[in-house]
Design a protein around this ligand. Sequence first.
Ligand SMILES: CC(C)(COP(=O)(O)OP(=O)(O)OC[C@H]1O[C@@H](n2cnc3c(N)ncnc32)[C@H](O)[C@@H]1OP(=O)(O)O)[C@@H](O)C(=O)NCCC(=O)NCCS
Length: 179
Amino acid sequence: MSLQIETSRLFLAPFDPADINRFIDLANDRQIAKMVMSLPHPYTNKHAQNWLAKQKSDNDNANKRKDLYLFAIKDNDIGLIGMITLNRVNSGIFELGYWIGRDFWGKGFASEAAKAVLQWAESQLRVKAVSAGYFDDNPASARVLEKSGFLRTGVKTTKYSVGRKNTAKSIEMIWLGET
Ligand SMILES: CC(C)(COP(=O)(O)OP(=O)(O)OC[C@H]1O[C@@H](n2cnc3c(N)ncnc32)[C@H](O)[C@@H]1OP(=O)(O)O)[C@@H](O)C(=O)NCCC(=O)NCCS
């Protein structure tokens, strides 16, 4: 299975440790941390090293079922601009998560990456459904999910955000495939 995805502007692939300093610069942003669940803020070099070590140990453990597919989002001209992940929530269902560095918002990058990862998940992982939730103060992410083909489930829940150090209301959406 290839873990590389190309789109017209982007290249999605496993994280390259050589990008770690740029990753920290992009991720150390409260406006990103407060919209996702598990990104601490401030985001330090130590956080990044621990995160990298965890990826490495998961990847080295060939016997373990792969539950996290993580792609660095790179623009062909700019380099690393963000991250997108698929996290298994049960056998056929994954949860989508993503963020884009603030300087690159509003250019369609998140939607382009999300559509590509969903297509990849359908063809490579044979997923039955992909879930995603956005905090109710994040209309940009709602729009990304709508543009990527997610449907509203009507479910509203409360989730904890490490970056907020608090809970917030989350609106749950679902993607049921293209075919
Ligand atoms: C949400 C996020 C990923 C969007 O990335 P992006 O590359 O700017 O997204 P896109 O350009 O593909 O699409 C953004 C859409 O939201 C719209 N939008 C942006 N701000 C908005 C706002 N305040 N209200 C309504 N719509 C808004 C844009 O107009 C665009 O829609 P359009 O193409 O119909 O005009 C980015 O802002 C981000 O990383 N935020 C912090 C982390 C985060 O929210 N992650 C997702 C957690 S669920």
